[in-house]
Ligand binder design. Structure first.
Ligand SMILES: [Zn+2]
Length: 428
């Protein structure tokens, strides 16, 4: 992906926000249209039919007519792509787009360039004439700056932070937390394997974000203590400010800015480390985590409220702040076909030297001492070594002492890691 920060002028920003509103409106109309479909009904309108309806709607509606037709049509194109990919993309059925959350629009390039076949020969149509494709109009200003043509805005500048000018058919502009970004629709070539045959195992945890089987420990950057205190301060003041006041809005905007900074740091960390992993190792093994299930809320229902809801929501927040999923996903993108998933049960309890599985081997969060052979190691490194070896042990915990021999039967699950003991300081 080629994504850059964009710096529009005030007038351009207004125009682009208008584009966002139009694209969102058209997308949501398409979502609504398709939501009326049910089994047995005639198919919901496809792209061509929707485009025809868009023309009609533009004719009847002055506000829509004032907007750019290409931007609106590309929103329909986006919707149809999302709809077609709903089983494979992992995002599911396309859903509503919200103001302030999903602000963005796609622009199709206005330049006409001859299209080429995969082997480099010119692409010809049935009458053996050259097929012309679209290309984005971009211009390099100097080493760090470039500009792109956005409909209705003229040239908009963006900061060229990596590589050369991208060539793409379309690009997408997004606005979030007061920042504009441009993403050119190009899929970069995957990183080639180094060919050393080296395998790395990665154990993802809360205390150490990613422990590697070579003993390295990688930690995802978070907000500093000072920044976290600022978040709490702004949240508190905003919560107490009168409803609809400027102070309230400003407080929540400050919180959003800080949270965006944290997300940026996390993303940067994931990108750098996934590149490092895909460049240095042939096979990269992650333990298989179902993060969605792990971060499920403990809230329960009104009739049956859950227990320890606040603690669980705090843990969920910590898990999601680690960027586990993103690291795995980006590594997969870069090291195409070289990422493997290892079943997670027992990776943290199995001795990486002799294979003995025992709950008592794990002395504390950091310490591992095998109760059978006496092998000592850092617990996370031990788990990562198991992951690199591609095994965690038997797939399901047994109720009897079959797995570990000395594990006493308890109410608790055997695969649970040792939990920190509570210090006697009441929180409330
Ligand atoms: Zn052992």
């Amino acid at each position: 992906m080629s994504r850059f920060r964009m710096y529009p002028t005030r007038a351009q920003e207004e125009q682009m926000l208008e584009h966002c509103a139009h694209a969102r409106y058209v997308w949501n109309l398409a979502v609504e249209q398709h939501s009326h479909w049910y089994r047995g009904r005639k198919a919901a309108p496809g792209f061509a039919e929707q485009c025809r309806q868009l023309t009609e709607a533009r004719h009847d509606n002055e506000w829509l007519r004032a907007g750019n037709a290409d931007v609106q049509q590309q929103a329909l194109k986006d919707f149809n792509k999302a709809k077609a990919a709903r089983f494979a993309s992992g995002f599911g059925e396309p859903t509503w787009r919200k103001k302030f959350v999903h602000n963005g629009f796609r622009v199709i390039g206005t330049d006409r360039v001859p299209e080429l076949q995969a082997d480099g020969s010119p692409k010809l149509n049935a009458k053996s004439k050259q097929v012309m494709g679209r290309s984005v109009v971009v211009q390099k200003l100097n080493r760090h700056w470039a500009q792109v043509k956005v409909p209705g805005c003229g040239w908009v500048r963006f900061r060229l932070t990596r590589g050369d000018l991208p060539t793409a058919k379309t690009f997408r502009v997004t606005w979030r937390n007061g920042q504009w970004h441009i993403a050119f629709a190009v899929i970069p070539a995957p990183v080639p394997a180094p060919g050393t045959g080296e395998v790395i195992g990665i154990d993802r945890g809360v205390t150490i974000t990613a422990a590697l089987s070579d003993g390295r420990k990688l930690n995802c950057p978070q907000l500093t203590v000072r920044e976290a205190a600022q978040v709490r301060k702004h949240q508190r003041r905003a919560a107490r400010a009168p409803r609809g006041s400027e102070r309230k809005a400003a407080g929540y905007a400050a919180v959003a800015r800080l949270k965006a900074r944290e997300a940026d740091r996390r993303k940067d960390w994931c990108e750098k480390n996934s590149t490092m992993l895909s460049r240095t190792y042939d096979v990269i093994r992650f333990e298989k985590l179902n993060i969605r299930n792990m971060t499920r809320s403990a809230k329960g229902t009104v009739q049956e409220p859950g227990r320890n809801v606040r603690q669980k929501s705090g843990l969920n927040r910590v898990i999601l702040a680690q960027g586990w999923g993103l690291l795995r996903q980006r590594t997969e993108h870069k090291a195409l076909g070289r990422v493997e998933d290892v079943p997670a049960p027992y990776t943290s309890l199995r001795c990486s030297a002799c294979g003995w599985i025992d709950k008592n081997s794990r002395k504390s969060q950091a310490e591992f001492c095998c109760s059978s052979c006496g092998f000592t190691c850092n617990a996370d490194t031990n788990a990562a070594t198991n992951v690199a070896a591609g095994q965690g042990g038997i797939p399901r915990p047994r109720s009897s002492a079959g797995a570990g021999g000395t594990t006493p039967p308890t109410q608790r699950s055997n695969v649970r890691e040792p939990q920190p003991t509570r210090v006697g300081i009441p929180l409330f």
